[in-house]
Design a binder for this molecule. Sequence first.
Ligand SMILES: [Zn+2]
Length: 274
Amino acid sequence: MDLLRKITDKDILKCALPVCIVIFFTMLIIYSSLLATEQKKRNELIKQEQLRKDAEMKVYLMGKFDPSTREDFVVVPEKYSLYNNGKMYLRKETLNAYLKMQEAAQREGVQIKISSATRNFEYQREFWNGKWSTNTEIDAIEKNTENFNRFKKILEYVSVPGTSRHHWGTEIDINGANLAYFNSIKGIREYQWLAKNAGTFGFCQTYRNKDIDKRTGYNEERWHWSYTPLSKTFTEEYRRLVTKEDIYGFIGDKYVLEQDLVNQYALSINPECL
Ligand SMILES: [Zn+2]
């Protein structure tokens, strides 16, 4: 009887072992496959989250928001505004850095004030559209006519909506936007102070002389300064996310595709600001 039981146990063991091995590997395969599915789901969620963030960032970079509704923007106090013609907004960090710079300038007898700050897409769109019918500098080109020459003429001194760095809350125009003023004795002194000291406060002259920087795009603007601790990131994100196909929604937008506004204008800046 004992012998019979021993044989039976051995037989059972003999039969059970392969079954156990099969079950073990089957479980292993199922477990690995579950892990892979979980990982795939996680990767998909990460990808979706990145796409959502990118879409949000693109809306921001193209100025399609109202700065008055955002917590990261603040109103520029009137006493720092050159014209006092309505509320101006900046990113908090930009205004804080500007205030330190303004105090330092004042201590050395140089008066600086903000003439323009954040301009969103809607603002820029109205400004741009207005140029098609009102600006005397382009009267030579038939008014209200959609043609490429007119587009290029306006582009010499107005950013296409969706391509202006003023959308970002990091850009300020200081003491006007007039090159003749910056060639006056007062203007030269103010510019020289900024050129020497603005970097200490994080500001960089975005559009220097084109020949010096060997760049395309906008002419020299001695009044336009970027707050680079923020604007460097936004510049990189703009390069990564925005294409000319994204730029539309204003008069003459059909001409956008005929040129490289992203690289030759929006990203064509003083290399020291990059
Ligand atoms: Zn400007």
